[in-house]
Ligand binder design. Structure first.
Ligand code: ZN
Length: 69
């Protein structure tokens, strides 16, 4: 039952950003990378797909917070 004993499966969550380059979040360990690879460089999970996550919604909310004072 070791953490690294068996192959984990996961997927990339692609975060599209307005003001930054896109990033990819591992669904298993939640670490963020600038590009997708076939396995997670951090936890070693085998990536089966990439899902889109509209991260720009967060960016817009952040702008609201800045100008909402
Ligand atoms: Zn990972």
């Amino acid at each position: 039952m070791g953490l690294f004993g068996s192959k984990k499966k996961g997927y990339w969550i692609k975060e599209e950003r307005l003001f930054r380059s896109d990033s990819y979040v591992c669904s298993v360990c939640k670490k963020r990378f600038s590009k997708a690879s076939s396995t997670c460089p951090s936890c070693g999970a085998v990536m089966t797909k990439t899902k889109n996550d509209p991260g720009w919604v967060d960016d817009l909310e952040m702008i609201d917070a800045i100008f909402d004072d």
